[in-house]
Structure formats: C-alpha cells, structure tokens
Design a protein around this ligand. Structure first.
Ligand code: ATP
Length: 454
C-alpha cells in the first residue's frame, strides 16, 4: 500500500515486531524509540500514520507523555492519523486521546490481522483528510474567482464587437490566447468571457497576477509544494496549475515575469505537467492558458527581455483590446452603467449627464480606460448631490482632454499623454517620472505647467 508510517515506542521488541509486520506492506516505515525525533521527521515527510506509544518512561502509565506527543503531531500535521499503543487498556485515557484527535487505539499484545485492519482504515482517513484540505483550497480559489468583477462586457462599438466575435470563436477551441491592451481596457473581463463561453466553464478560471508573484514564491504559488519542502510549509498545498486542472489558467501581467522565471513557466507549459516542490512525482495538467499584458512582447523579445519561445507558446491567438477613447459611444453606455451601479451603492437617485458633461466624457482621452471612467463616475456620485451632472462635477485632469478629439496623433498631444502616463506610474515622484521620460526634472516641471498638470 502507498503510505508512510512512523512507529514510536521505547520498547525495542515492540518496534522490531511492528517493523517486520508492516515494512513489507507499506511504502515507507520508519521506527524511533524516542518521541523527540517526531517533529523533525514530520517536517521531512508526509506521514499518513503515526503509531504512538502512550507511556515512554519505564513504569509510567499515566499516558500523559503520549497525550503530549499526540497534540504535537496534530498541531504540526493535522491530516496524519495517530493510532495509540498501550498495554494498559485504560478506557478513560483512550477516550481522552480520541477526543484530542487520535484515530484509534490498540492494546498490547495485539492481533496482527486486527492491527492491519486498524492501520489501513487510519491511513484511508488520512488520505481523505488531505483530499478535503485540497478541496478547501480549491473552494477558496473558487470564491476568489467568483468575485463581483465577474460580469458581462458592456458596450456596442464596432471595436468591442470585433473583440467579442473573436472571443466567441476562440472560446470553442482549447488554444492559448494572449490578450493585450492598455491598463483598464477589460483584458481580464475578456479572459473571463472566453472561459464562460468555453466547454471548460464547469471548472474554474484561476487567475494569477504575475506582477505580484515574488521570485521566491513563484514555484510554490504556481506548482504547489509538499509538506516540509521548506520552512513554513506545514501543509501540502496545490499550486495554481493544479487548481486550474480541467479549467482555465489566466496569467495576468505576463510581461512582468523575470526572464529566469519565464523558462520555468515555459517548461511546465511544454511538458503539460508540474511537480510540487519537494515531491518526486510530476502531475499531468490539463489547462487552457490565457495570458494578458499591457506590454509590447514582440518589442521585449527584440530587447531580450522576453523569451521568444515562450511568446510563441502563449500567443497562438492574439486579441487586442482597444482603448476606451476609440470606442466612441461606449463611453456613454458605460457611464450610464456605472451611474446606476454607484447611485445604487451609495443609495442616491440615479443622476443624468447634461450635454456638456457627455461631450467632455467623449473628448477625454481616458489613459486609465474603463477603470478610470468607473472611478470618475463613482467620485462624481459621492461628491455631488444634483440630479443632473455637469462637467464641473467630474474631477478629470484638464490637461488630458484631447484637443483634437479621440486618438490624436499630434506631437504635443502625444507628449502630454506620455507625461500623464509617467506621472501616473510614479505618483508623487517627479524625479522618477522625469528619469523615465529621459528629461530633467526642470524640463518636466516646465512641461507640467504647460499642459496644466500643476
Ligand atoms: N466592457 C466592460 N463592461 C463593463 N465593465 C468593464 C468593461 N471593461 C472593463 N470593465 C471594468 O473595468 C475594470 C478594469 O477591467 P479589467 O481589470 O478587466 O482590465 P485589465 O485590462 O485587465 O486591466 P489591467 O491591465 O490594469 O489588469 C474592471 O472593474 C472591469 O470590470
């Protein structure tokens, strides 16, 4: 049977009798005559069962030491079953131990067939506990996946319709999809829509923000770990790949992944299997991969910042989500939607937009796209108490209103846009923004005055 058993008893003849009986039948049987080694051993391996003596000191029969070690085991490894060995058959002690989490009790001298049956069911119980713990992890991820962000895409512009048509086509297939577009354009929503319309929709879409995964946590987060693989790994945990098995894995901000980690990701995608840290068995993984980025990955490949082989693996289908400023009337449709949403949230009547406010929203460049529009509307609802919203009720940076209307290509407009982006990327840090733009602080100040950022 595939199981790891730890036997702890200070009576050497008991140890060797149990070893002779169990070693041929189970994967790994380890014997210790002192309980002091239990903690170290539990850190190193996943044990399904500990057979534990109740009385370690000669002559002691209170069972207190056994109870102490039972607690230690349960605290460190909740899924491990503990079966206690005692020569005294003390019922009260047995009840106490069972209440504290022992799975069963055996009396010395034992009957081999009965002992084996007890051991097998204790091991089964441990496996089920582990399954439950894995399911709980899945459930947690599921709850996160079904957050309020899970809603349909609003808008009717030809630009958005083209995206949705593409979404419908690729959703039926299992191909990898790369979604690009500026921040806040709805890339994650597109990913969710593909999953929702796919045959994998009974399973989960598991989303990972690659920009937020640290170098050290990358492997554990994506591939999982077994107990004891590193300090703090008190329980075995599945990685996002495993949780997404049979469903969709959405890797957001893929362009932020370091070159070194890109190789690890590529290996998992190529082999279609992952190995939890500390485990020796790889697990086959069946996922549809969707990635997203606001970066130009082709350019990054040219600059040797992104692996070409990884790009070819992830971009079988490429969907570009257009910025809000080119989606025309969608701006007003979305504005209406957010007006209703936030009026409801803040318990206010739904206001209307007057003509000038509508024109202003249509002309604005929306560098933060739909996310920025949503925040602008929420702020207007919170701060105003009128039934009709005017331009003054919105707190948009005037410098960002495109003089030439949407998608202007005038050099001045582009410069103004770049400055806006740099300031947004480095809030409150003019030096960093100037460095990113490749100009001096003073030049940046002058330009900020010119474009009314100050
Ligand atoms: N068409 C749409 N209809 C309704 N809400 C939308 C639409 N597109 C985007 N949103 C909303 O705008 C916000 C930003 O969308 P999302 O997170 O999908 O953008 P993103 O492109 O993935 O952003 P980032 O690049 O910053 O991760 C979300 O709150 C989302 O629900």
């Amino acid at each position: 049977m595939k199981a790891n058993i730890l036997i702890v008893d200070d009576n050497k003849s008991v140890l060797s009798a149990l070893d002779i009986l169990l070693a041929p039948q189970f994967d790994h049987v380890k014997c210790f005559s002192s309980p002091n080694q239990i903690v170290t051993e539990l850190r190193q391996r996943d044990y399904q069962l500990v057979l534990l003596d109740m009385n370690f000191k000669t002559g002691a029969n209170t069972g207190n030491e056994g109870i102490f070690w039972l607690n230690e085991i349960k605290e460190r490894s909740p899924s491990t079953s503990v079966v206690l060995i005692t020569a005294y058959g003390d019922v009260e002690l047995a009840v106490k131990a069972l209440k504290l989490g022992a799975t069963d009790f055996i009396l010395k001298p034992w009957d081999n067939a009965k002992l084996l049956a007890t051991i097998q069911s204790a091991i089964q119980l441990s496996f089920s506990r582990n399954e439950v713990s894995d399911l709980k992890q899945k459930e947690k991820a599921l709850k996160q996946a079904f957050n309020p962000k899970d809603k349909y895409m609003i808008g009717s512009s030809p630009e958005l319709m083209a995206v949705l048509k593409m979404v419908q086509k690729v959703a039926k297939t299992d191909t990898n999809v790369l979604i690009t577009g500026e921040n806040g354009t709805g890339k994650e929503l597109v990913a969710r829509e593909i999953h929702r319309l796919s045959k994998r929709n009974k399973e989960m879409l598991v989303s990972v923000d690659m920009g937020a995964v640290t170098e050290t946590l990358f492997e554990s987060e994506l591939f999982g770990h077994v107990k004891g693989a590193f300090t703090d790994a008190r329980e075995s945990r599945p990685g996002k790949f495993e949780i997404a098995h049979k469903g969709t894995l959405f890797l957001d901000e893929i362009g932020n992944l370091s070159f070194h980690l890109q190789a690890k990701l590529l290996a998992a995608l190529q082999n279609r299997q992952v190995t939890r840290i500390g485990a020796n068995q790889p697990m086959p993984i069946d996922i549809r991969l969707i990635t997203a980025t606001n970066k130009d990955l082709e350019r990054m490949v040219g600059e040797e910042l992104f692996r070409e082989d990884l790009l070819y693996r992830i971009n079988t289908i490429h969907i570009e989500v257009p910025p809000l400023r080119v989606r025309g009337n969608d701006i007003l449709v979305l504005a209406e939607f957010f007006l209703k949403k936030y009026a409801h949230k803040y318990d206010k009547p739904v206001p209307k937009l007057n003509q000038q406010a509508q024109e202003m929203l249509l002309k604005y460049q929306w560098p933060g796209n739909i996310r920025e529009l949503e925040h602008a509307i929420e702020k207007a609802i919170i701060l105003s108490d009128t039934k009709v919203l005017k331009p003054d009720d919105f707190y948009l940076r005037p410098a960002k209103v495109g003089k030439g209307g949407a998608a202007s290509l005038k050099i001045e407009d582009m410069e103004q846009k770049l400055i806006g982006k740099a300031l947004e990327a480095h809030p409150g840090n003019i030096t960093a923004a100037a460095a990113e733009l490749g100009i001096t602080r003073q030049t940046l100040y002058n330009k900020m005055k010119k474009y009314e950022f100050l």
